[in-house]
Design a binder for this molecule. Structure first.
Ligand SMILES: N[C@@H](CCC(=O)N[C@@H](CS)C(=O)NCC(=O)O)C(=O)O
Length: 218
């Protein structure tokens, strides 16, 4: 397929950043189209045609469109690395393990962090914010256990499951949640900070903190 790849994204958005980072890791040319969700651009008529769910990120590859960051990442690896790639292995069991972690992220980790961000965005009470943070703790404990079994979340190599979770983990740190009880998660994060696209993750982190009315850590 020779059609140009367009990614519709907002740099402050965690799933948008995961997709952008993957394009840097794969070193593939893409056109990034900013959709400012703080200004409601995701609800515009033109964007609804690309992603009827009206969320970022989305992909357009010629006439083919796709939403959901994890599906976009799987598609990018499958189409741009047709010979196979450890980021999303072709072997059914290896791939299933990556999918397992991607679903864990989509259904458990990202929603818990998103609830914390919503508690800040919507100026919820201190009690609600604390509860949202407390609800995240068992999930971080599970993630620490995953990393006791393998170096990365699905196996001993980085996969798209790691890239998917990376911006969310750095956000947890950026908003001041104490990660000292999770040393394996910290060293995983330090390894991830060396991958291409880390600069974009950092820039996006600043945009998000600003939207939350928080100051970046020095
Ligand atoms: N499961 C989706 C989540 C997408 C999502 O929640 N995007 C948020 C930004 S992080 C968004 O577009 N929010 C705007 C809105 O809900 O109106 C994915 O991974 O792509």
């Amino acid at each position: 397929m020779t059609d140009k790849l367009n990614i519709y994204c907002f740099i402050g958005s965690l799933p948008s950043r995961a997709v952008i980072i993957l394009t840097k890791v794969l070193d593939i040319p893409v056109e990034l189209n900013a959709v400012n969700i703080l200004k409601g651009e995701q609800n515009s008529y033109w964007y609804k045609k690309i992603n009827p769910v009206m969320k970022v990120p989305a992909l357009a590859h010629g006439y083919f469109t796709l939403s959901e960051s994890r599906a976009i990442m799987a598609y990018l690896v499958d189409t741009k690395m047709p010979g196979g790639c450890g980021l999303y292995p072709k072997d059914p069991r290896k791939r299933a393990k990556v999918d397992e972690r991607l679903f864990f992220d989509a259904t458990t980790f990202f929603p818990k962090v998103s609830s914390i961000l919503q508690a800040y965005m919507k100026n919820k009470s201190e009690c609600d914010r604390k509860q949202a943070i407390e609800d995240l703790m068992p999930v971080l404990k599970t993630m620490e256990e995953f990393l006791s079994e393998t170096e990365y979340f699905a196996c001993n190599e980085m996969t798209i499951a790691d890239i998917s979770m990376f911006p969310t983990v750095t956000t947890v740190y950026d908003i001041g949640i104490d990660l000292s009880k999770f040393p394996k998660l910290i060293s995983w994060c330090q390894k991830m900070q060396k991958i291409p696209g880390n600069d974009i993750n950092e820039a996006g982190g600043k945009v998000l903190l600003e939207a939350l009315g928080m100051k970046p850590k020095l």
